[in-house]
Design a protein around this ligand. Structure first.
Ligand SMILES: [Zn+2]
Length: 84
């Protein structure tokens, strides 16, 4: 198993990179680190899927589809994504 090294990104960093990743705004190195994290972390992989879907369905996601926490996270990320 891979051991966690200092240069490996953690979940919080991965979450922060999601929108840049989806926009193709990451450097090749960051992209690789992000994808490496996703392979090792089902939670973040699922999170990425969720955000990708949310962006695709923008405006079509009902309040009942997501937990309040996920909704808040997505709202924040989506707002940031829109403002860039
Ligand atoms: Zn993670």
């Amino acid at each position: 198993m891979l051991s966690l090294r200092r240069k490996d990104i953690v979940c919080q960093q991965a979450v922060e990179l999601v929108t840049d990743y989806l926009e193709g705004a990451l450097s090749r190195r960051d992209r690789r680190r992000f994808e490496t994290h996703l392979r090792a972390c089902p939670n973040c992989a699922a999170y990425l899927d969720q955000i990708r879907m949310t962006i695709q369905l923008a405006g079509a996601v009902g309040p009942d589809d997501l937990s309040p926490e996920a909704q808040q996270d997505l709202t924040d990320l989506y707002r940031r994504w829109r403002s860039e």
